[in-house]
Design a protein around this ligand. Structure first.
Ligand SMILES: Nc1ncnc2c1ncn2[C@@H]1O[C@H](COP(=O)(O)OP(=O)(O)OP(=O)(O)O)[C@@H](O)[C@H]1O
Length: 261
């Protein structure tokens, strides 16, 4: 088995909820293994604990019980060291609207300690990777949703992280931006680094996931390759001929793969 970037065993996180502060288990003895050089997709219904798990992995939240090891480090106790080695693309917009794309990246590079001599090259490379070079000096607040997601991804790529965490990376973006984001995520895994992403899009998990883990009510229900997972479920009777050309193929055929913005 490849070296684990994330090893989570029996992880439980409890919150106090409601007026009576009743304990609520957002994560309930969850297990997860994320290998290097692979994309692991985490699927789960709303409220199943995906974001809570990412908060534990980045040291924002401590475990009530169980254990999480990230790149061999304790996420809470060794957070500073960990944040230099992993990058998170959060679900919410994480770019400063008043700053240009380049300024956003420069600020991030300074904050996270990218060596000054490397900064200009890394910023240029990251802008190129997400196809924002021509808009580098425009304010991020003027960007479309897809461009803002690509800029958020550029911030993460610029850190050259050993582990890339993404919370619903393509939520609400068009097919062209989504394809561009998918390609960059695949590059990260191809270069031997680990990727863990949450998604509610089955298509995204099918396309990207070398491994897919499904969680529900804070616990892991099943995990494996797509083939391993589908082999465990009886085939549904076909209601109609499944078209060999998907709607996405049609959309890309007529609109092309070029990014719009
Ligand atoms: N700080 C908190 N205090 C109390 N309850 C919380 C807190 N944070 C999360 N929860 C609860 O924990 C559960 C898991 O939430 P979480 O955001 O991790 O789910 P999710 O799988 O990311 O959902 P979504 O797909 O909607 O983003 C939810 O029931 C949520 O209301």
């Amino acid at each position: 088995m490849a070296v684990a970037a994330v090893e989570v065993d029996d992880l439980t996180v409890e919150f106090a909820r409601g007026r009576r502060r009743e304990p609520f288990r957002a994560l309930d003895a969850l297990d997860l293994h994320v290998p290097a050089g692979r994309i692991t997709c985490l699927l789960g219904p709303n409220g199943s604990g995906k974001t809570t798990l990412l908060n534990v992995l980045t040291g924002l939240l401590g475990a009530t019980a169980g254990r999480a090891s990230v790149l061999g480090l304790d996420p809470v106790g060794e957070r500073r060291a960990l944040l230099r080695r992993l990058a998170l693309v959060p679900q919410e917009t994480s770019v400063y609207p008043e700053l240009t794309a380049r300024e956003n990246l420069a600020f991030h590079a300074g904050y996270y300690g990218v060596p000054p001599r490397d900064r200009a090259r890394r910023i240029d490379d990251a802008l190129e990777l997400v196809q924002l070079t021509s808009r580098a000096d425009d304010r991020a607040g003027t960007f479309s949703g897809g461009m803002q997601r690509r800029l958020a991804l550029a911030k993460a790529l610029m850190m050259e992280p050993e582990l890339l965490l993404l919370d619903e990376p393509t939520l609400g973006v068009d097919v062209q931006s989504r394809e561009a984001i998918w390609a960059r995520i695949e590059d990260v895994a191809d270069s031997g680094r680990a990727v863990l992403l949450t998604t509610n899009y089955m298509e995204e998990a099918q396309r990207l996931g070398d491994r897919i883990t499904i969680i529900d009510r804070g616990a892991t229900v099943v995990g494996g390759t797509l083939a391993e997972l589908t082999a465990q479920v009886p085939e549904a009777p076909q209601r109609a001929e499944v078209p060999r050309v998907s709607l996405q193929d049609v959309f890309l055929h007529f609109t092309g793969r070029g990014l719009r913005d």
